[in-house]
Design a protein around this ligand. Structure first.
Ligand SMILES: [Fe+2]
Length: 309
C-alpha cells in the first residue's frame, strides 16, 4: 500500500462490440463471476477471489478499448486529501455520484496526460469471495470454472507523455518506479512499471502517439500450471492468442496474452518479485528490450508492440 493510501487497481470499464457474446466470454471462458447489470446496460464482473462487488465492467460500443479505470483508496479522508492534492497540482477533478456504478461510492475522476480517464474511490460493497471468514477452505467451485483468475492485477496503457504520468503517480499518488525501458537514445523513458504496493506493478505505461489506448488488462493466476491451463482453455475455445506461454525479463512475470472477442488484449500471468519502495529502479536498455519482453525467445513481437485498442 502506498504511503498515500492508494490500495490497488479496483475497477476497469472496457468497451465491447457485442455485449452478450462478451458477457458469455468473460463468464464462461475467463471464468469471472457476473455480479450485476445496471440501467446503462453495463455488465459487472469480479474475479472469484476478489471481495468487492466488481472489478471488470463491460459496455457495448462501436469501438473497443478502455473507458476508465479506478484505484481504491483506504477511506474517504484519503479520497478527499488526494483530490485536494491533485487540484493543487493543477489537475481538474470531477466527482461521479455514489451509485453511478453499482455498489460503488463517490469517485474522483480526472484525465491523465496520456489521455486515460482515471478514478479514485474509497467505497465498494464487499460481497466476499464465496468462502467464509472463519475457517475458510482454500478454494471453491468458482475457482475451477473456466480460466478463473484470482484478481484483476494491473493494466498496461499506451499514450503520449508518460513522463508527465510518472510525476503524478510518484509525487501525488505515492507510487514508485519498479522498472523502466529506455529508448534507443539511452535517455528517454519509453515504458514505465509503477507500484503502489508490494506488487511488481499496479500499472504500466508505454509512450505512444495516440492518447487513451489500452494494451492489456492483466489477471493474476495462482501458479504456472494455472497459466498453462488458461492456455488450454483458450485453445479449446479458439481464443486468439498473441504471445506465450513465456516469461518476461521485465517484472519476471510468466504469461500468456490473448484477445477477447472485441480485440481487447488481456493477460493471464503469475510470478514476478515483490519490490519495496526503497528498491532501486531496474532499467532495461533498448538492446535488451527483446529479453525484457520475452526472455526465452529474446524477440520483439510486432503484434505486441503495435496492436492496441
Ligand atoms: Fe501485464
Amino acid at each position: 500500500m502506498a504511503m498515500t493510501g492508494v490500495l490497488r487497481p479496483g475497477h476497469v470499464q472496457i468497451r465491447v462490440f457485442d455485449l452478450e457474446e462478451s458477457a458469455r466470454f468473460y463468464r464462461d471462458v475467463m471464468g469471472l463471476v457476473e455480479t450485476g447489470r445496471d440501467n446503462q446496460g453495463r455488465v459487472y464482473f469480479k474475479c472469484w477471489d476478489e471481495r468487492d462487488h466488481n472489478s471488470y465492467i463491460i459496455r457495448q460500443a462501436e469501438e473497443a478499448g478502455i473507458d476508465f479505470f479506478g484505484f481504491k483508496v483506504l477511506d474517504t479522508a484519503t479520497l478527499d486529501k488526494l483530490e485536494a492534492d491533485l487540484n493543487a497540482y493543477g489537475i481538474e477533478t470531477t466527482r461521479m455520484a455514489a451509485g453511478e456504478m453499482l455498489e460503488t461510492g463517490e469517485r474522483v475522476r480526472f484525465t491523465l496526460p496520456t489521455g486515460h480517464v482515471m478514478e479514485l474511490y474509497a467505497e465498494k460493497s464487499s460481497v466476499g469471495n464465496g468462502l467464509p471468514n472463519a475457517n475458510p477452505g482454500p478454494w471453491n467451485g468458482a475457482s475451477e470454472q473456466g480460466i478463473a483468475p484470482v484478481r484483476l492485477d494491473h493494466m498496461l496503457l499506451y499514450g503520449p507523455n508518460v513522463a508527465a504520468n510518472k510525476k503524478i503517480f510518484e509525487e501525488i499518488l505515492g507510487f514508485f518506479l519498479v522498472e523502466r525501458v529506455l529508448a534507443e537514445d539511452g535517455q528517454f523513458e519509453a515504458a514505465l512499471w509503477l507500484s503502489c504496493s508490494h506488487k511488481v506493478h499496479d500499472i504500466a505505461f508505454v509512450e505512444h502517439p495516440e492518447p487513451g489506448k489500452l494494451h492489456h488488462c492483466s489477471f493474476l493466476m495462482e501458479s504456472w500450471e494455472k497459466v498453462l491451463r488458461a492456455g488450454d482453455i483458450m485453445s479449446m475455445n479458439e481464443v486468439s492468442v498473441d504471445i506465450g506461454p513465456t516469461r518476461h525479463g521485465i517484472t519476471r512475470g510468466c504469461t500468456i496474452y490473448a484477445w477477447d472477442p472485441s480485440g481487447n488484449r488481456f493477460e493471464t500471468f503469475m510470478g514476478g518479485y515483490q519490490p519495496y519502495p526503497d528498491y532501486e529502479t531496474i532499467t532495461w536498455d533498448w538492446d535488451h528490450f527483446p529479453q525484457g519482453l520475452d526472455y526465452p525467445q529474446r524477440k520483439l513481437h510486432e503484434s505486441f508492440l503495435t496492436i492496441v485498442t
